[in-house]
Write a protein of this length. Sequence first.
Lengths: 337, 403
Amino acid sequence: MRSRAPGIAVWLLVAAVVLLAYLFAPRFISDFHSRELAGAGVFFIAIVGLNLLTGYTGQISLGHGALMAVGGYTTAALAVHEHWRDVWTIPLAGVAAGIVGFLIGLPALRLSGLYLALATFAFAIAIPSLLKKFSGLTGGSQGLRLLEDAPLQVTGLSGTVTIFGHTMTQNHFLYYLTWGIGLVGFLIAWLLVRGRVGRTFRAVRDSEVAAASVGINLAWTKTLAFALSGVYAGVAGSLLAIQVEIVNPLSFTFLLSILILVGVVVGGLGSLGGMILGALFVQYLPDLSTHVSTAEGAPDFIFGAAIIVVMLLLPTGVGGFLRRLARPLTTRLYLRP
Amino acid sequence: MARVKYLILLVLGALALATVAAGAASETGVTSTQVTIGGTTPLSGPASAYQSVAKGAAAYFRYVNAKGGVNKRKINYIYKDDAYDPSKTVDATRELVSQDKVFAIFNSLGTDQNLATRAYLNALKVPQLFVASGATTFGNDYKKYPYTIGYQPNYRAEGTIYGRYVVKHAPKSRIGVLYQNDDYGKDLLAGLQRGLGAKAGLVKSKQSYNVDDPDVQSQIAKLKAAKVNTLMVFATPKFAIQAYVYARKLSWKPLVYMNAVSSAANIMGLSTAATNKKQTEGTISIVFLKDPTDPAWRNNSGMKLYRSIMKKYKGGNPNDVYAVYGMSVAHTFVAALQKAGKNPTRAGIMKAADSLNVTNDPFLLPGISVKTSATDHFPLDQARLQRYHDGHWVAFGGLFRVR
């Protein structure tokens, strides 16, 4: 145990730095930039969730954008039809997407690898059409607009939010809300993957046969991973709806699913630390690429090229790179008597 | 309604406080040398072909600036990418308002995209000028959203023109409709039925598709099976081209009415190349802009100006009719800004936009004016019919005015 103490100290230091950065970042950036960071936080939560599934359990999902749609529409529909305050819908949005995640996890019991990816892809493709079909609930192709249909349910309508006597702008509130939930979600994911659940996840990823032979219930493990991952995606979708105050089928096309997967791969599969950078990558790069060139088709091309370059330079993602950087430091710490 | 009022009051209160604190004298986004405006457009993603609208407008503003601007102020037009995703439109628009501090939102593209930001902009009293969408609501609902105004002929009016034409000239038609399953397609369909009036029974089959569908093959097959001889295509370019292609595959040649969204000469050229000249021959559509590929305008002074601006101020492909649209809407903005006077305010430019009478827009068909009033919030509501003949559009008949 003695040899682990310095390692724990390093982690505590990292946690303290992250917490300080979280608390004080808005002081150093403009109001609008806190809003952009909140947008990155949405990606962060979805990416952490998908990483549990793809990075740790080895199940590829191209349907996480659709799970975000389930969360976002749960929030918007509860606010518009049932007059719930927007932020109180977040837990239910997570539960709803978790259930849907569990259901789309069922094919995972029979399919694996690319075939599973295709099945979840089909779900991602179908969701926008399904959303248009049930227009009474979802607003059809127009979607739902909270500012018009449920302004009283929007937190921070007047431009500021007061919590415990502390007043802040709406954008700062969105930042603290999103990253607060994101960091708690990250902590839960970290605790999960360190313990028994994480070991079963990794066992299933590394060899299903070996995992089954030591008594791991494959069906239970896979569907649990899908459901858990769905909860994260649902919460992310809900926060997106709260931030932009609308939901629309055009926001949840399969491109969103792909963007989340890009975030996971760039962040580093199976690494939680890289996820923040993965989230910043998918939040800022598409916009940055329109600054390089606005010629027709150029932004998409630049974004694609950037992904390829990152994968060539950092094949294990940013997370793998960070681990490699930190290895000499941490091994020495561990070895020191 | 009470809720919306409550919302507006709240936001107004906050704003009034902010203004008092800042002690601001001049209008946001207006300095003695510059007026900053902004809008969203898809620069990336599947709808990025529409970006020519913003680029044409930007080229026209550069031309105006080179000539000295409006009341000695240059127009700084910032357009941001939203990838046609309304949630990104919200973020980009908020960035324009709060970060770039624009005077007005101008020429943002797309129906859902503009609906997504309308309540926000109206609550803050930021003008949402000349929305690039033909949805009827942008002209109709000005009482609820006084800071929003549309531009192009609205979809319902266009559908009405087709309906009236059929009643007058081909009352024995059997009509089939292919329409996009959203407000845009349904607006056109509603207009068609209004134009047909008592003859609405001529519509024998209506087939819809979703914008994310891969193709419209089965819809075209069903329309053919319904034995219709007149096909109304209320679809975006990709599906419009497919309509011709799949009709030809079934050796079916109905008389096509093509909605203006997809009737640009370059798109018709693609349809013709993908099928043959016979398939697109005789197609009918409406037109309100001068078509840059139409030889009839080769020596027209307006189109000469257009081509020189495109070349000198890097507007992009000069054969793209979307760029002509962009220049026309920019021309209208300049007219509104001039009308708003030496010290333009947000309220002032809305007032100017509500009392336009521009008869000299060089990019519109002769005779078409940009006209608005306190009760008419449809700047463009005139158009002519045109027929596709031998690889070109040929206008026929007089000007229609429909609301």
